[in-house]
Design a binder for this molecule. Structure first.
Ligand SMILES: [Zn+2]
Length: 208
């Protein structure tokens, strides 16, 4: 909860406070931008690491196996003839992570005091999440690569959008109540996102 004092915070004060915080966030982001490595897509080669909830698992190409892509809890194995493999990874992330995401939404919705009517995991391109009509929240399957605390930022952000459609002072104040360290997470997300493979990008070209 933000410090409001006895008489509460005026809209002007709140706007100034949020503006200051945002300026700080943007400055951090600008600094990171300069040092940012180029984003790259996966090559689907043996030894390459793929992340699930912040943990990295190696990939090994194999000649034969029942499913195109398998995961045994310690590593991925991909059948050599199953490349390009993005659809297989997308399928794996969605089928493995959807239940986890729904449980996190459940847990965080207690903090944001907003409950979605439905949670969907799908391809949102370069967006991590979005909030649709009728209380449906959408999450990008690529989000499942992120460490939990960064995924939580995206989840809380979208849950707050169920109450506050725009990024106004009321939005950031509600996010602050739900996730007091949202700023560090936001900065880390912008920073860490580049460490993750960008499915959908060619392996050797930079993206946006
Ligand atoms: Zn937003």
């Amino acid at each position: 909860m933000m410090a409001t004092g006895n008489g509460g915070t005026s809209a002007d004060e709140l706007t100034r406070w949020v503006g200051k915080k945002l300026l700080w966030v943007h400055r951090k982001l600008a600094l990171k931008e300069e040092a940012a490595p180029r984003m790259r897509g996966p090559e689907y080669v043996s030894g390459e690491a793929f992340s699930y909830l912040g943990r990295r698992y190696r990939l090994k190409l194999v000649e034969r196996q029942a499913q195109p892509l398998q995961f045994d809890g310690t590593r991925f194995t991909l059948r050599r003839d199953a490349r390009p493999a993005e659809p297989h990874f997308r399928h794996w992330y969605v089928s493995t992570g959807t239940d986890w995401l729904k449980r996190r939404v459940e847990a965080l919705s207690a903090r944001t005091a907003s409950k979605p009517s439905r949670v969907e995991v799908r391809d949102l391109g370069f967006r991590w999440g979005s909030c649709g009509r009728n209380g449906v929240v959408y999450f990008n399957w690529r989000l499942l690569q992120l460490p939990v605390r960064l995924a939580d930022y995206v989840i809380a952000h979208e849950l707050v959008h169920l109450r506050e459609g725009h990024h106004g002072p009321a939005f950031w104040a509600a996010l602050e109540r739900a996730l007091p360290d949202w700023q560090t997470r936001k900065v880390a997300l912008a920073d860490k996102a580049k460490d993750h493979l960008v499915f959908g990008l060619p392996p050797d070209r930079s993206g946006k």
